[in-house]
Write a protein that binds this ligand. Structure first.
Ligand code: 5GP
Length: 192
C-alpha cells in the first residue's frame, strides 16, 4: 500500500535494527483517513471470505480493525490485556509473549462474544515474531470458530512471524512488508 509506505518512510523512526516507531499515525496519534484506507485495503483483500467478525488486540490494533469492520459491515472484537472486573462470566484466555516489553501476558475474551459459526479475520498493527497473532488464533480455536485470514498493517518480514503463520497455513495479508531496519533505514520487501 503506497500511501502507508510513504508515511512510514517520511514519519517512521527506526529505534534500533528491529523496532520501528510510527507514533505519528498509528501507535499514539492516529490518522483517521489513513486508517480508513487501511480498512478498505483489508476489506478488499478478504471480501470473498464471508467474514462475520474482526478480532484484534488492544490497543493499537483497534483503529485498523475498526475501519476494516466498518467496511466489511461486521462487529469488531478486541482481546483485552487485563481482565476487567466485569469480565467475570465465562472467559477464553491464553498467554502471549510481548516482544517489545519482553514479558508474558495473558489476553482475555468473553466466551459469549464469539461462537463456532464465526468466520474471523484477525487484524493487528505489527507482525514481528507472530506471538500476538498466534495468541488470537488460539482464542478463536478455543471458541470453535474459524480463522479466515490475518491482516497486518506493518510486517517486519525479517523476523520470524510471517514464516510461522505461513507454515501454519494461515492467509496473511500485510500492507507494508519491511525487509530491513538496518542502519536506521526502512527497506521494503518490494524495494520501492
Ligand atoms: P509479535 O507478537 O508478532 O512478536 O509482535 C507484534 C506486537 O508487538 C504488535 O501487536 C505490536 O504491538 C508490537 N510490536 C512488535 N514490533 C513492533 C515495532 O517494531 N514497533 C511497534 N510500534 N510495535 C511493535
Amino acid at each position: 500500500m503506497d500511501e502507508l509506505k510513504k508515511r512510514i518512510r517520511e514519519e517512521g523512526i527506526v529505534i534500533d535494527s528491529d523496532i520501528l516507531k510510527v507514533d505519528q499515525f498509528l501507535n499514539h496519534q492516529i490518522d483517521p483517513v489513513l486508517m480508513q484506507h487501511v480498512g478498505e485495503a483489508f476489506a478488499e483483500a478478504f471480501v470473498q471470505s464471508s467474514i462475520t467478525k474482526v478480532l484484534t488486540i488492544e490497543s493499537s490494533g483497534i483503529a485498523p480493525a475498526l475501519m476494516t469492520g466498518l467496511k466489511l459491515g461486521v462487529p469488531v472484537l478486541f482481546a483485552r490485556k487485563k481482565k476487567p472486573l466485569t469480565l467475570n462470566t465465562s472467559i477464553l484466555t491464553t498467554q502471549v509473549y510481548s516482544y517489545t516489553k519482553k514479558v508474558h501476558n495473558s489476553i482475555f475474551l468473553e466466551k459469549a462474544m464469539i461462537n463456532s459459526e464465526d468466520r474471523v479475520l484477525i487484524i493487528d498493527d505489527f507482525l514481528a515474531n507472530g506471538e500476538a497473532a498466534m495468541g488470537l488464533v488460539r482464542l478463536i480455536e478455543m471458541a470453535g470458530a474459524s480463522v479466515e485470514g490475518i491482516g497486518i498493517v506493518i510486517e517486519k518480514s525479517f523476523q520470524e512471524g510471517r514464516s510461522k503463520l505461513d507454515r501454519a497455513g494461515y492467509a496473511v495479508y500485510s500492507l507494508a512488508r519491511i525487509s530491513s531496519l538496518a542502519d536506521h533505514q526502512v527497506t521494503f520487501i518490494d524495494n520501492d
